[in-house]
Design a protein. Structure first.
Length: 643
């Protein structure tokens, strides 16, 4: 869950004190490893369930603090945003009915969270990225009020020296900037933990690195962000940029990002990871020293290693090495896999976990340490291919053969995962249940990401983007409540929605729900002839004028062109450019402006359109034609007796 009693914007004295504590923790860890002061006789598994909170319109509901206020369930806690929650699942010995127990506990915790959310007009939704999120949802007002989060935001911004920049190319392309770390809050994950003995850590960590790609390929569930269709698991690209503290000059020099898959196999010890992180990554958070760790070691006790754990929590490896202390006071090491998205259902999530845990056991028994069988860069390339393309990703595997992720999983890895689960004596019915879900998902080619993209296509473009996204999430929520795994989900159909009248009413409340985002723009120094041609070719009456950074500068209307012609045009004269005739600083609205307010503004100002801006940048336009279309639909419903 992380230490929330921290500080950022460190002065030199605080930085030196924290670094001293950090180095002392590493020395204590070295001695503990030499003396065998770790839990070595068992493997245990656990998980963290992150979740979104949504309102009746399927928009993010920032009510996490209200939900947790007075909540006695210790396993529920906050996340970065007020519209996220996290549930920490208790660890259990890896064997027997551990997997079905894991599923039951997650259902209980999500049920508690959902019940408390319902009292605040919200519901819990499990998905890697919430399609209805907008940049306006990512302000600091929606950040959970915690010193840790605010310190992280302030420190990373200072280190970057500017805004965070997200650039992702998929089916569509997304290129946006933001002035805080709340991009990270767009992601929710299902993180699984695998406890290992120190002597087998390097080998099992390398196995985790090897199998993460195929496990991710089968689990992808985050293909959309801000209305754009991007990677099948867009979380991977988004998270990598959302907390990247590197300035442009440091990035150009090859400084490593804090979100990383790594650069090589671990050779012999967990110390390699912790030492590299201290050497490569600057301290961004600190906390007061928690005593001398060596004194605890000399007493035979497990020290907290608070500085090491805090710094480790600010370096985001997709497979993270973790130090912890069991309830009986014995220290342990575990591998935290952070790649799996939340959802689509709890059954799907536990199936993903079973596949990962089974491969962890099966690969190490059958293959051993993969550092002797595969170049690390190939494993890394497989990982990013899985994030981009899901089951259709092309992999290179241990024997040098190239095959799709789906073929690899079906032909090689599912049998190996079954062997691994059988080796640790997982209950046979649990093996059949969870690996059966993975097998059916692969056979159908229906991951959460594939279902989402198919659904967007099935709904079509005859409805607004906002309505399409809400239909998508309503269908998703209905399926999640039934618990049906995603490979059995049907795609939503517009005509099959249960309450179309209510959907249309909800879809017309704000400008952003029906504005046009496919914009044709010109720049102020362009010829007027270009603006006129664009209007003629695209059958539009307004062309927006913007600068290179997307800031709205003006508006050219069909009427202004007619006035130019009436004055005799510009035949035989110096060329007239856009800025000579554009309307400067036109009235604008935001995506959250109420529709009725926008309509009233258009009447009062006697204008035929309103540019839509967000954070000073152009994002859309609404016109009289849009409002007529909306009104015509409502009138049609009224005449049919549907209102």
């Amino acid at each position: 869950m992380g230490d929330h009693s921290v500080s950022g914007k460190l002065d030199q004295e605080e930085t030196r004190a924290f670094m001293k504590a950090l180095l002392a923790d590493v020395r204590a860890l070295e001695v503990m490893l030499e003396r065998g002061m770790f839990d070595e006789g068992r493997r245990r598994v656990g998980a963290e369930q992150e979740m979104f909170l949504v309102d009746a319109d399927m928009r993010p509901a920032p009510v996490a603090c209200e939900i947790l206020d007075g909540c006695e369930e210790r396993r529920l806690t906050t996340e970065l945003a007020r519209f996220n929650l996290e549930a920490n699942v208790d660890p259990r010995v890896f064997g027997g009915t551990a997997l079905s127990e894991l599923e039951a506990e997650i259902r209980t915790l999500v049920g508690i969270a959902d019940g408390r959310a319902h009292a605040h007009g919200a519901r819990v939704l499990l998905t890697g990225i919430l399609p209805t999120l907008r940049r306006s949802d990512l302000g600091l007002s929606n950040m959970t009020p915690s010193p840790r989060y605010r310190a992280l935001n302030d420190t990373l911004l200072t280190m970057r020296g500017g805004d965070f920049h997200i650039e992702i190319k998929g089916i569509d392309e997304l290129n946006v900037r933001h002035d805080n770390v709340m991009f990270e809050a767009c992601n929710t994950s299902f993180q699984v933990h695998f406890q290992v003995a120190p002597k087998e850590f390097a080998k099992l960590y390398n196995v985790a690195q090897l199998v993460t790609a195929p496990v991710l390929a089968a689990a992808v569930n985050s293909p959309m962000l801000f209305g754009s269709r991007l990677w099948h698991e867009t979380r991977i690209a988004l998270f990598s940029s959302s907390i990247d503290e590197r300035s442009s000059s440091r990035a150009a020099r090859g400084f490593r990002p804090r979100v990383t898959f790594g650069d090589g196999w671990v050779k012999s010890s967990v110390l390699e990871i912790f030492r590299e992180q201290i050497a490569r990554f600057r301290v961004v958070l600190s906390a007061p020293a928690n005593g001398d760790p060596m004194k605890a070691v000399e007493r035979g006790e497990a020290p907290k290693l608070s500085a090491l754990r805090l710094h480790n929590g600010t370096v985001y490896r997709w497979n993270r090495a973790c130090y912890g202390i069991n309830d009986d006071g014995v220290a342990h090491l575990r591998i935290e896999n952070r790649v799996l998205p939340s959802g689509p259902t709890i059954l799907d999530e536990v199936a993903n976990a079973a596949f990962f845990f089974g491969l962890m056991s099966g690969v190490v028994e059958r293959i051993g340490d993969p550092q002797h069988a595969l170049d690390f860069d190939i494993a890394k390339d497989n990982f990013f291919a899985a994030a981009r393309h899901g089951l259709k990703a092309q992999f290179t595997w241990l024997d040098g053969e190239t095959l799709t992720a789906g073929e690899l999983i079906r032909e090689r890895l599912l049998p190996l995962a079954r062997e691994g689960l059988e080796h640790v004596k997982i209950a046979g019915e649990d093996i059949d249940r969870y690996l059966g879900v993975i097998a059916a998902r692969v056979d159908a080619g229906r991951t959460g990401a594939a279902w989402t993209l198919e659904s967007v296509s099935a709904i079509g473009k005859d409805v607004s983007e906002d309505m399409r996204e809400r239909m998508l999430l309503k269908t998703m929520l209905e399926h999640q409540r039934t618990g049906t795994p995603v490979h059995e989900w049907a795609t939503p159909v517009l005509g099959a929605m249960s309450d179309q009248e209510d959907e249309w009413r909800r879809g017309l409340q704000r400008v952003g729900q029906f504005m046009s985002t496919d914009l044709f723009t010109v720049q102020p120094t362009d010829l007027v002839d270009l603006a006129a041609s664009v209007m003629e070719w695209e059958h539009i009456k307004h062309v927006l004028v913007e600068d290179d950074d997307g800031h709205l500068l003006g508006l050219v209307t069909h009427r202004s062109l007619l006035r130019l012609v009436a004055r005799g045009g510009h035949e035989g004269k110096a060329p007239i450019i856009v800025q000579d005739i554009m309307i400067e600083s036109p009235r604008t609205v935001t995506p959250d402006t109420p529709t009725l307010e926008a309509m009233q503004l258009m009447r009062e100002e006697r204008v035929g359109c309103l540019p839509v801006c967000e954070d000073g940048r152009l994002v859309g336009i609404i016109t009289q034609s849009d409002l007529i279309r909306v009104s015509a639909h409502l009138l049609e419903k009224f005449l049919k007796g549907e209102r």
